[in-house]
Structure formats: C-alpha cells, structure tokens
Design a protein around this ligand. Sequence first.
Ligand SMILES: [Zn+2]
Length: 53
Amino acid sequence: MEKFCQSCGMPLSPANQGREQDGTKSTQYCQLCYIDGQWTEPKWSKNGNYFGH
Ligand SMILES: [Zn+2]
C-alpha cells in the first residue's frame, strides 16, 4: 500500500521516509519534512496553521 507524506503529500518510500529522534522510520512524513524527530523547516502562518512545504 502506498503511503504519502502527511505534510507535503509526496509518496513515501523506504528511501525517503522521515526519521524519529530514536532512529526509527516515520511512517507519516518524508525526510524532507521531518528528520531526527524534528521538522526540517517549519513554516507557520500568522494564525498558527501549518503550511507544509
Ligand atoms: Zn514531506
């Protein structure tokens, strides 16, 4: 079953999955959005909504 990054919508593969702080793969976000348990480049609007990438 194909999964998609919940932030940017790009298809997730083992090669581009994000990583949690403990080193496990994230099943929800790609490594461009989320790596080592942190957002790579958070973008928040003035009213607090997350824009993604
Ligand atoms: Zn992403």
